[in-house]
Design a protein around this ligand. Structure first.
Ligand code: GLN
Length: 472
């Protein structure tokens, strides 16, 4: 019997190479674990019927001596990352019955690297949310405490890894949707620099912010997946290569801590103490940790909640009941459209469409959207200035540990869950959440994460510090 809890991508690859087990064995172990546990967790929406066939193909290659970075490794994908011939719904009713005719570039790259695509995971509808409670197919539970949320929007992908049903999964991160659930579930979550990973075939939320990235158990595994996914793609004109961002300064183990950003009451004492422990650990590892001022960073969340609805209102325009998925009949084309969108979109998506059309309307464009863009530039400049002095900016990943279902009753409360993760998205910076122990609440150990953000194109700094911190 394969012990999934004891495996990483790296150790599984070694075992596959040595013939200790096959990719079919590994894929079957994942499917068994899903059968056994996922009734309680609900991380998966579907296990693909061709997964074992893919594993057989991988085994043939392994036998023939082929060596690829992900050969034979089963992957779970967030339900907004398309795979040719398979359903993708972004956990929305509006994509009912939609089967993707093409694969996303990310998935094509996984296939080229030998991965087995196991199935798709639950998320907040169109990636809008921080708890996976906005899925049209019911919530996902946090494997560490089933009465709590796994975070979101990629909650299913985080829970699939944390629940030891798979060794690795992909999510998408527009404002924190990889890093926040990674912290809540106690796994590694990584968002690359904007443009590093192609968005082609990712069902769009806010195109100027969306990035695909991995959930793994180690920083090294996250780096392995990133090396497979990264690269310029003719299908996505926003993709970049190594030459786009200047190499910047040499890594000299310097970390900046913007204390004022997380000193407020909304941040739990356990989180503050946890970050202090992390700082001590970095110091003991020979890092220099200094306080820095980022006076405008606190506005990142407000900027985010103007830019995102604006882009959402535009991106969701294509769901008209004609081109994809659900269709509801009205008396004419216009009524079909209203009925389809009214029936197909959940509350949070509709809220953002309404907000988005408002901030883009001619009378309010300058006041809201235009101003948000200016503040975004201000924050970006502020961060880039900070990176002349420090290699990394360190904050907690989340203001609190995982919360209970229904606890965040107002949208604003839910939005605050991403206060520390959104600055990386609106500035385009790469950012990594690494587990840092847990806090005991009501008899359960709830994981906490620390968040490291680096300058544009400096994923290397994140991986170095992340590995140092995690003792890899
Ligand atoms: N929770 C944030 C939101 O609801 C982030 C979502 C994301 O990164 N996809 O917008």
């Amino acid at each position: 019997m394969i012990d999934l809890a004891a495996l990483t991508i790296k150790s599984a690859r070694e075992a596959l190479k040595k013939g200790e087990f096959t990719s079919v064995d590994l894929t079957k172990a994942c499917i068994e674990a899903i059968k056994e546990k996922d009734g309680d967790i609900h991380a998966f929406l579907e296990v693909f019927d061709d997964a074992l066939g893919q594993a057989e193909e991988a085994d043939k290659k392994i036998k023939a001596g082929v060596d690829l970075p992900l050969l034979g490794i089963p992957f779970a994908l967030k339900d907004n990352i398309t795979v040719a011939g398979h359903r993708a719904s972004a956990s929305s009713k509006i994509l009912e019955g939609f089967v993707s005719p093409t694969s996303s570039t990310a998935v094509s790259k996984l296939f080229e690297a030998g991965a087995v695509i196991l199935g798709r995971t639950n998320c907040d509808e169109f990636a809008m949310g921080a708890s996976t409670e906005n899925s049209a197919f019911g919530p996902t539970m946090n494997p560490r405490d089933l009465s709590r949320v796994p975070g979101g929007s990629s909650g299913g992908s985080a829970a699939a890894v944390a629940g030891d049903m798979v060794l690795v999964s992909l999510g998408s991160d527009t404002g924190g949707s990889i890093r926040q659930p990674a912290a809540f579930c106690g796994v590694v979550g990584f968002k690359p620099t904007y443009g590093r990973v192609s968005r082609s075939g990712l069902i769009a939320m806010a195109s100027s912010l969306d990035q695909i990235g991995p959930f793994t158990k180690t920083v090294e595994d996250a780096e392995t997946v990133y090396d497979v996914l990264r690269g310029k793609d003719p299908m996505d004109s926003t993709t970049i290569d190594d030459s786009t961002h200047a190499a910047g300064k040499e890594f000299n183990k310097t970390i900046g801590v913007p204390r004022a950003f997380f000193a407020g009451e909304g941040v739990s004492q356990a989180v503050k103490d946890n970050l202090d422990e992390a700082i001590q650990k970095f110091i003991s590892l020979g890092y220099t940790v200094k306080d820095i001022e980022l006076p405008n960073i606190a506005y990142a969340l407000s900027v985010y909640y103007i830019l995102v609805p604006a882009e959402v209102s535009s991106n969701t325009g294509r769901f008209d009941g004609v081109k994809f998925g659900l269709h509801a009949d009205g008396k004419d084309g216009i009524e079909d459209y209203f009925k389809t969108r009214g029936a197909g979109f959940g509350k949070e998506v509709r809220r953002r469409i309404i907000l988005g059309t408002y901030v883009l309307s001619s009378g309010y464009y300058d006041a809201y959207y235009g101003s948000a863009l200016k503040v975004k530039d201000l924050i970006t400049a502020e961060l880039r200035e900070a990176f002349k002095e420090v290699d990394l900016i360190l904050t907690p990943t989340t203001p609190t540990p995982a919360f209970k279902f229904g606890e965040k009753s107002s949208p604003l409360d839910m939005y605050l869950a991403d206060i520390f993760t959104v600055p990386a998205n609106i500035t385009g910076a790469p950012s990594l959440s690494v587990p840092n122990g847990s806090v005991s609440i009501e008899g359960k150990d709830l994981p906490l994460g620390i968040l490291m953000t680096a300058d544009l194109g400096r994923e290397d700094n994140l991986f170095r510090a992340g590995k140092d911190f995690s003792g890899e």
